[in-house]
Design a protein around this ligand. Sequence first.
Ligand code: WQD
Length: 339
Amino acid sequence: MRILVTGGSGYIGSHTTLQLIAAGHEVVIADNFSRSKLSVLGRLESLSGASIKHHVIDLTDQEATDRLFAQGAFEAVIHFAGLKAVGESVAMPLEYYSNNLGLTLSVLTAMRTHGVKKLVFSSSATVYGEHAQVPMQEPFPTSANNPYGWTKVMQEQMLRDVGVADPSMRIALLRYFNPVGAHKSGMIGEDPQGVPNNLMPLLAQIAVGRREFLSVYGKDYPTPDGTARRDYLHVEDLAAGHVAALNRLGETQEPVSTWNLGTGTPTSVLEMVSAFAAASGREIPTVDAPRRPGDIADSFADPAKAQAELGWVAARTIDDMCADTWRWQSQNPDGFPEA
Ligand code: WQD
């Protein structure tokens, strides 16, 4: 199929683009490149052996988006584009709501105008909110405790409402747990601009010498070692989940389906620190720090639905995730080149 991948130059979008091409699809990337570098495209083309058409575009611009769809002949959309830094969203709620909701309204409107029925949406385990039981299951209620999380909750609601209004739509809501790792080649990986918020890029930057130490946010959680636990999954497994969801949209009778993409296994901060030290062979100095507001003790998936309905299982281990992250970061100490 001819697939529009919005945000396709980003961390998860780039890894998914490679797997879509490997599965025989034709990919067109639309991105404003506000949080990524154009140099990703050349790496994707050399890794995939395919030429990848891309558009530098602000998808909140409805007219530009409509023109893109008018000439695109897209058969499906995988929608990654959006801002995703929790802390930043607390400081800049208006930018988060207007950008993330605006993008999705604009893409959905263009899909309706041009009769595109298949959409895979990049959602997040963050929609389970602060008080969810673990393991998290898809029927659980959704909520958030920061504007970024609310934009995911609201976008899911928009998509469910579209599925009611037009039952011929086929929409997959994919709730990612904690994506980490990198393509085996080490040529692409996570390259956060500025100070990373997430644990794994911080560990990688400490190991490669760009940062001094890790502040461990809280050692008084009700977990075996006192640090918070998350369901880290390899970005290559996550990308494979998108290909599986897209295939499933061709078979399901449901307008909207929701799937957790996680391993089902929790790993603590300290366990990840020692796994990364082992994978990189580098010391990871840590400093104890207070809990980060909004963080929860435990977040991990019940992955049974995706396994049963998509035939999808996250296969790669924590050691794979650390080894692949380290290969990317040690080969690209400063991330992607500018152009
Ligand atoms: C993981 C663990 C921290 C940094 C967030 C978003 C979620 C998704 C993934 C977009 C936590 C601890 C971290 C540090 C630390 N993003 N930590 N010191 O918070 O589970 O999820 O990113 O979709 O929406 O909420 O991931 O990587 O930020 O933190 O101790 O310097 O590492 O407290 O327990 P999180 P994270």
